[in-house]
Write a protein that binds this ligand. Structure first.
Ligand SMILES: [Fe+2]
Length: 165
């Protein structure tokens, strides 16, 4: 991810040391990139899914996209309040996202459910890694935010897996 993040921290009055804020901003911006990529991929799934059960899965994907868009907003605003610059344009997110791209040559409901499930599962794993990294910095408020994202993500993974049983 862009190393410019660290040098662009602004002075804020929050009682978290600058070095810790730099590390928190880097972790949060990585999660932000993955979240925005996941959001856009689930929208892509919402628009292009076809087949039996279309209506239900089309609406499920839209609900899920809205949830991940909300997580992106939470992560970006925490970056800003820590004095960092949220790296949240489509191009910034694409440059840093760790998720595989969504294929353009698939359409079927079960294939799309598996593609989205795999990406949400990878994101769920990254949430837990981010929580562990923030725990080492010992900043419980950011850890709590990531835990909220993690809890919501796990629920969406459960919704996807329940369709594939
Ligand atoms: Fe729509």
């Amino acid at each position: 991810m862009p190393t410019a993040t660290k040098s662009r921290l602004i002075d804020v009055k929050i009682d978290i040391p600058k070095g810790d804020r730099e590390n928190l901003v880097a972790i949060l911006n990585q999660q932000l990139a993955d979240t925005l990529d996941l959001y856009s991929q689930i929208k892509q799934a919402h628009w292009n899914v076809k087949g039996l059960g279309f209506q239900q899965v089309h609406l499920l994907f839209d609900d899920q996209a809205e949830i991940f868009e909300g997580f992106a907003d939470m992560l970006a605003e925490r970056v800003a309040l820590l004095g960092g610059v949220a790296l949240g344009t489509v191009r910034m997110a694409a440059a840093s996202s760790r998720l595989p791209e969504f294929p353009a040559d698939e359409h079927a409901v079960p294939v799309f459910l598996e593609l989205v499930r795999d990406r949400v599962a990878a994101y769920a794993k990254s949430n837990r890694a981010a929580i562990a990294a923030v725990a080492k910095i010992d900043e419980p408020t950011t850890e709590d935010l990531l835990t909220e994202v993690s809890r919501g993500t796990d629920q969406q993974l459960y919704f996807l897996e329940s369709h594939l049983y």
